[in-house]
Design a protein around this ligand. Structure first.
Ligand code: AQP
Length: 333
């Protein structure tokens, strides 16, 4: 059976190595398999759950689409569009909100982390973000959803919502229950400055992440300054326990080189971090720079990107619009 792949990335700027290794690199592999129907969404409605600058948002939408294409997603095979152009996402989100219990949402750890201590001031949108995400996925009958490890809980919620809708309305299998595609290894890339925090767009320190728009010099400098510990690199994975920064750098090296952690430990076991950092900066520059150059080229061609997004939205609208019609009928509208 062919797979229907759906995933999204927020146009919140500073797309980084975590987004690439945790999600976009997998999108490209899935896009390359002709058996798959892939739909990749620039989730701009999700972005506005926290305040955005209107001009930056527009540029970030284009830059996110450019990053998909520059990373290797082929627009003749996959649909790329932005969420706010397809009304069904917001409409579906409302209908699903009306059947998802608050207790389920109260368990979402990402809301707790993002809202922080000042929960009362967080937007309602941030709170119901996972329901919009469920709507995104379920409107396309997605069978598989490639995401980084941080989205695991939201995907479990999507599965629960689909099952509850089907049960409440006695419409078995109407909303397809999707499978998460989360890589077993290297699906959570950590900050270069603190191995206990995920690499993040919103970290105030630019040194904590490799942006996909960084120059070679910036990559070399950030890797040079990345936090490590004072022990040599071990040759067994078990000896990486309680060494989050070492784990992270070795994980990044393995993931970007498409090799196992064991192989990386064979290569670097017994050496010091300087050796690893020199090689890591080189391989990152070699892999990221062509993407960076292509992103720059594409973002200069706004017309081209707008056309890709418009064509994508019209294809997405056909699929999601039909599903929403059926959903409304089931509900009784
Ligand atoms: N550090 C990461 N490691 C692995 N995967 C990651 N992803 C994000 N960070 C890492 C994956 O990238 C995809 C798109 O993410 P997103 O744009 O929906 O969210 P985000 O990057 O987490 O961005 P935010 O929320 O705007 O900012 P921050 O990071 O500052 O909180 C997803 O598949 C995600 O799993």
């Amino acid at each position: 059976m062919s797979k229907i792949i759906f995933s999204g990335v927020q146009p919140t700027g500073n797309l980084h190595l975590g987004n690439y290794l945790g999600a976009i690199k997998n999108f490209v592999e899935l896009n390359d398999d002709n058996e798959n129907q892939c739909i990749f969404c620039v989730v701009d409605l999700h972005a506005i759950t926290v305040k955005q600058d209107k001009h930056e948002l527009k540029n970030n939408i284009r830059e996110t689409a450019a990053t998909f294409i520059a990373s290797g997603i082929d627009t003749s095979k996959s649909i790329i569009f932005n969420q706010s152009e397809v009304h069904a996402h917001a409409e579906g989100s409302w209908m699903l909100s009306c059947m998802a219990p608050m207790g389920w949402l109260n368990r979402m750890t990402q809301f707790k982390e993002k809202a922080g201590k000042d929960k009362e001031k967080a937007s309602v949108g941030l709170y119901i973000y996972p329901i919009l995400m469920a709507s995104d996925i379920l409107l396309y009958d997605a069978t598989h959803v490639p995401v980084g490890e941080d989205q695991k809980q939201h995907l479990e919620l999507t599965r629960d919502i689909a099952q509850k809708f089907n049960k409440d309305f006695n419409c078995e299998d109407f909303l397809k229950v999707p499978e998460p595609l989360i890589k077993k290894k290297f699906s959570r890339i950590m900050s270069l400055k603190d191995g206990s925090k995920k690499m993040s767009k919103s970290d105030p320190s630019d040194l904590s992440r490799i942006n996909l728009t960084d120059s070679k010099d910036e990559i070399v400098n950030k890797i040079k300054k990345a936090k490590t510990d004072s022990y040599p690199i071990p040759n067994e994975e078990i000896k990486l326990k309680d060494r989050p920064e070492a784990q992270n750098l070795l994980g990044i090296y393995s993931s970007i080189s498409n090799q196992t952690l064991d192989k990386t430990l064979n290569e670097f076991g017994g050496k010091n971090f300087l050796d690893l950092k020199v090689q890591l900066a080189e391989i990152l520059s070699n892999k990221i720079s062509p993407i960076t150059n292509e992103i720059k080229k594409l973002t200069n061609d706004k017309k081209y990107l707008d056309k890709i997004l418009l064509d994508g939205a019209s294809k997405a609208e056909e699929i999601a619009g039909q599903k929403i019609k059926e959903m409304k009928k089931i509900i009784g509208f």
